[in-house]
Each structure stands twice: as structure tokens, then as C-alpha cells.
Design a protein around this ligand. Sequence first.
Ligand SMILES: *[C@@H]1O[C@H](CO)[C@@H](O)[C@H](O)[C@H]1NC(C)=O
Length: 290
Amino acid sequence: MDPRYLSWVCTALILAGAYSKVIDLSHAHKPNTFMVPGMPKYKWNQISKRDDTKKNNYYETGSYSTGEHGGTHLDAPAHFVKGGLTLEFLPIENTIAEGVMIDCSEEARQNPRYQVTVEKIESWESEHGPIPQQAAVIFNFGWFKFFDDPVKFVGTSAAITDNFVFPTISEEAGEFLLRQRDIKIIGADVMSPDPFTIKGVQVDGMPIHQRYLARNRVIVENLNATDQLPPRGFRFYASPVKFHQSTGAQVRAFAVIGDSTGGNSASAWNGAATTVISLVTVALLAALVY
Ligand SMILES: *[C@@H]1O[C@H](CO)[C@@H](O)[C@H](O)[C@H]1NC(C)=O
């Protein structure tokens, strides 16, 4: 083969082997960011600032305060479980998982009270294959687009959860994912996987919060840009700071497509593919040199 072509082939193979892409799934955390009612909004205060341009000497610091539950954030077990783990003690493994994305944006567009059913999950699996164990299951309702407008995001501008309306996950679907699929993280682009009202009536309890957090499975709420995720083939990250006594905190949630760290079958295949590509690349380079 012409060495020029060979070098292009090698470059393409190296790029394919190293392919990965990061998707930012977080909303900026700002003073007007939507918070769970009762949670203080974000505040930032400047502590010091020195701007001595002549000496090329710039320095600035601040402090911030915010409610735990608001913006793109993670719920720790202590949020709904007496004596449950606070962020300080939540293992980091519980905040990282192989991800799948279930697109429910069409259902939610037709019905803002839509609740994901077990059938919806089974039909996703018949198209995309089984949800792996210990997965992060991310629901895209197309609701992240409404995040800056409470009237669209929760159906009202009044901060009264009794009147909140947004798409959610049914108790049965939550239970199915927990018991039958042994998932580790549940996430969505809405403020809660559990509804506050069903058919206009205030609900009694938050089954997904209660059951997941009791098993140290975490919940990630108010995700952004969930429509950018592929149905599978990514790793999901939502690791908060180890805040003392905290029941939750904002996270920089993101996904890495083509991330092959971790030890389950899908990522082992990814790793194997990368190894094969690397070996072929080395062989071609050797052929080029000799
Ligand atoms: C949500 O994500 C989009 C796409 O990355 C970005 O343009 C937008 O600013 C994000 N929204 C917020 C509130 O940060």
C-alpha cells in the first residue's frame, strides 16, 4: 500500500480508538435557579479582590450559599431515610454508572402528567437490549428546555408543590428498575422522579425516593440536555462535594460517550474493541516502517 494512504488509515484508527465525547448535563446554578420550595436560592459574595494590573497581580475570592435541593442536584439517602448516608459518607461509586437514556419526550409533550410505565421500559429494552445491572437510567422528558420558566417546568409560578405538574416515573416502573434491573442511579430532566399530584390529587409518599434512597441508590434531578444522550453506550457521572451532614447537593452531571472504564460486559466489549484497534494500528505502523 502507498505509505501516504497507510498513514491516513493509521491516524483514523488511532482517532477511532481514542474516541470519546463529553456531554454536559448540568444547568448553571444561579440566583434565580429553580429550587425545591423552601430551599434558599444561590448567593455569591465577593470576599476579596485585588486588581493590580501594573504588577500583573490579580486575585479574587468569594463565598456562596445555597439550598441543597435545587438546580441540577443529587439526593443523598439522608434526604428520605432516618440515619441514611449523608454526602460525606456516600461512596463515590454510587454516583458513577454505565448509562442508558429512555426517551419519553413524545409522551410528555402530549401529556405533562405522563408517568413512565413498565411497558415503556420493556419496549425500550426490546429495541435497545436489556438495561445492564448497576446502571444509571436517565429519562429524557424534553423538560430541561422549560427549566428557566416555572410555569412550564412545574405548571405554576406559585411555589406550592400541591399544584406542581410535570412528567414522572410510575411507582411500578421505579420498582421494576430497582428490583428486576438492580439499577444504581435514576435521573431525569424534571425536579423529581415521583409526582406531587396524581390526577390533581396530592400524593401520599414518594415511593421512588423512599425505596431507592433506603438502598443507597441515588436520584439526580433537574438534568439538562438529556436529549443529547444516545440510548446506551455512555458513562454517567454525578459526584457532589462531600459536604458534612448534607442530604444532597448540586452536581456537575455529565456523560462520557465511549468511556470504557468499569467492569461490566458492555464496557468490557468497548475495551476489547479499543485493544483490537490499537493492535491493528501498531501492526500497520510496523508495516509502514519496515
Ligand atoms: C443547558 O444546556 C445547554 C446546552 O449545553 C446550554 O446551552 C444551556 O445554557 C444550559 N442551561 C443552563 C440553565 O445552564
